[in-house]
Design a protein around this ligand. Structure first.
Ligand SMILES: [Zn+2]
Length: 125
């Protein structure tokens, strides 16, 4: 258990070392919705070593959605444009949240986006 804690701590330090790069890339706004509230770096892929492609700067609300909180379909329209990002954590992360919403526009937006086909299939199954 102590080892897991240590690993987690190292990971958090590694992620925070990317903080400046990610914030600059994001223009100091949420990379999903553009909000400037409570911005923090979010870890899209905890199974790989943290890198700028697997991290996104997200606001408090988007981080809650990323963590599984249910969002109203209308609220999710604010993150639709994130699907067009060329950063996997931004585009695929947003697609993961949009896929929870069963509205046809959300599924169409994911289908039209340039995210990896294998990721799309897994999300839309
Ligand atoms: Zn946001």
């Amino acid at each position: 258990m102590a080892k897991g804690y240590q690993g987690n701590k190292e990971r958090l330090e590694e992620i925070s070392s990317f903080g400046k790069t990610i914030s600059k890339r994001a223009g100091f706004a949420c990379e999903w919705c553009g909000s400037k509230d409570d911005l923090r770096v979010w870890d899209h892929n905890p199974d790989t070593s943290p890198a700028p492609e697997t991290l996104a700067l997200l606001c408090g609300q988007c981080r809650e959605w990323a963590g599984g909180r249910k969002a109203a379909a209308d609220e999710l329209r604010s993150i639709r444009n994130a699907l067009w990002s060329d950063i996997p954590a931004v585009a695929e992360g947003a697609a993961g949240v949009l896929a929870q919403c069963k509205e046809p526009w959300a599924r169409e937006a994911i289908e039209e986006s340039f995210i990896d086909d294998a990721v799309k299939v897994a999300l839309l199954k």
